[in-house]
Design a protein around this ligand. Structure first.
Ligand code: XMP
Length: 506
């Protein structure tokens, strides 16, 4: 399958380059900067992007590449660090500066063919660099400048390009066109799409698993469900799934997951009831970090015990996404946020991993799920954290507090979903505080918990704004919650954005 390889020099935008190229209809993968020459030279590879990176090409620990790749006769686009490397390798001069240049810059295009075809002479681009190109190599010509600094170059004879700015970010006005122009030079057919991908992934799984079996712990969430359905389509009943009910799931979630797998996907799932064990381990624990650790450990122990019962399984299926790998830090990228999923399993497991989604972004997984016949409303559902309701209950976790959160969360979802308001909100849920307040219920004084509604808008969960839910919906939620759920007598609405708040309360 034709593809564009992006070599990873550590920029936080690298995943976006891959993403943009895929959006343009061409399969792309991010590989380590020191990927073997033979791989890059394979016929499938139609072009190479040298990514940006946080280092200077002059740093003692700078990343280098085999400079023979410049003679491969495949188009190569160097972005920022990638361009500096190309220039340094091919005889130009890169100037080290301490001065960082971030943000929007106007460039002037001197050559409106090549990379800048169908774009205007003056255009805004996004810069993020300190070193810069002082002198191009002799064999190159300048395609664009910004304030007399070289912004883009091209080799006079070979398909080698360099840009100082980041075409992959939204703020570069004509970034997609620039990447598309590069892809045109790579002579790709722009025919990559989801159906093709699902067949390719199914074939890969078949080739890898052969007549062995795959064991999988599903979480009920989108990623593990899509992965399970995909693996099932590849190997049928050679897949065995189990679902750990840790007692911290939403109301009716266990029965809904079991039913969905049985009826919609025709996959047999064993439900492992671990509620008592999780509650026991969590009893008396109030510190948020300790709660997370206990849940993580209890999950691993339950997993190991259950897996042992299944005996010899060659493979373990997981719904790991591309972003999970990136957020956990690659060898080159700086860690963005440490991946805090309860599904993290110990390294000494006697399985080989099958992670069919590990090249995909979340929205690609959603599209894949729909292609595989999974219900659209399920694949688009709001994210739910691995530690579940535990991080929405302040202080000690008890079965009764779980009940309060489950019931109030169900009421909130019912109200918001009925008004079709959910499409505009990233996550909406309730949080049980550890504070009791005085109120009146009937004619009597009550002294019960304060409950909080949390609802945010976001595009990626990294930053968020509080959702402007209409007052009448909040009023309906508050009235129903206090009347229908015992143990609370007051409801507040969290109007904090992230930052400074986080989406979850713990
Ligand atoms: P915060 O609270 O950090 O949440 O603003 C950002 C997003 O991550 C989810 N989240 C988690 N997901 N395991 C998960 O799988 C976790 O430990 C965890 N903590 C937070 C949260 O629901 C939101 O979507």
């Amino acid at each position: 399958m034709e593809k564009i390889i992006v070599l990873d020099f550590g920029s936080q935008y690298n995943q976006l380059i891959v993403r943009k190229i895929r959006e343009l209809g061409v399969y792309s993968e991010l590989l380590r900067y020191d990927t073997a020459y033979d791989i890059l030279n394979s016929d499938d590879v139609k072009g190479i992007v040298l990514s940006g990176g946080p280092k200077s090409v002059f740093a003692r620990d700078a990343y280098h590449i085999n400079s023979n790749i410049y003679d491969l006769d495949k188009p190569i686009l160097g972005i920022c660090y990638g361009m500096h490397l190309m220039v340094k390798d091919l005889g130009g001069v890169v100037q080290i500066t301490d001065k960082k240049e971030y943000g929007r810059q106007l460039i002037e295009v001197l050559d409106d063919k090549n990379l800048f075809k169908h774009t205007p002479t003056a255009q805004n681009v996004w810069m993020s660099h300190s070193d810069r190109l002082e002198q191009k190599p002799d064999d190159f010509r300048i395609l664009a400048t910004s304030n007399h600094v070289i912004a883009a170059i091209k080799h006079k004879k070979k398909p080698l390009y360099g840009v100082q700015f980041h075409p992959e970010v939204l703020h570069t006005e004509y970034g997609s066109t620039i990447l598309k122009n590069f892809l045109n030079d790579c002579q790709v057919t722009f025919d990559w799409h989801m159906d093709q991908l699902s067949q390719m992934l199914i074939n890969d799984i078949k080739d890898k698993v052969k007549d062995n079996s795959v064991l999988m712990a599903i979480s009920g969430g989108v990623d593990s469900s899509v992965a399970a359905v995909l693996i099932h389509q590849a190997i049928g009943n050679q897949l065995r799934c189990f679902f750990i009910d840790h007692g911290l799931l939403r109301k009716n979630e266990v029965s809904e997951v079991m039913e969905r797998f049985a009826k919609d996907y025709h996959i047999n799932v064993e439900c492992v009831d671990a509620k008592a064990d999780f509650y026991h381990r969590l009893s008396g624990i109030t510190d948020p970090e300790q709660k997370r650790k206990i849940i993580g450990k209890a999950f691993i122990d339950t997993f190991e015990k259950t897996a042992k019962k299944y005996g010899d399984y060659a493979f373990l299926g997981q719904g790991t996404l591309y972003t999970d790998r990136i957020e956990s830090g690659t060898n080159t990228a700086h860690t963005i946020k440490s991946h805090h999923n309860v599904g993290g399993l110990p390294k000494h497991m006697p399985f080989k991993l099958i992670e069919p989604l590990n090249m995909l972004f979340k929205d690609e997984v959603r599209q894949l799920g729909i292609t595989l016949g999974i219900n659209q409303s399920f694949v688009n559902r709001q994210p739910f954290p691995g530690p579940g309701l535990a991080i929405r209950i302040m202080g000690e976790i008890t079965a009764d507090k779980v009940r309060i959160v489950q019931e109030t969360d169900a009421i909130l979802r019912e109200i918001i979903d009925a008004q079709d308001f959910h499409q505009d909100i990233w996550q909406y849920f309730t949080v049980l505080t550890n504070t009791k307040t005085v109120g009146i219920k009937g004619d009597e004084r009550s002294y019960e918990y304060l409950l909080v509604i949390r609802a945010v808008t976001s595009t990626d969960g990294m930053t968020a704004d509080w959702a402007k839910i209409p007052y009448d919906m909040l009023e309906m939620a508050s009235t129903r919650m206090v009347n229908e759920v015992s143990g609370i007598n007051r409801v507040a609405y969290d109007i904090t954005s992230k930052p400074p708040g986080t989406i979850e309360w713990e």
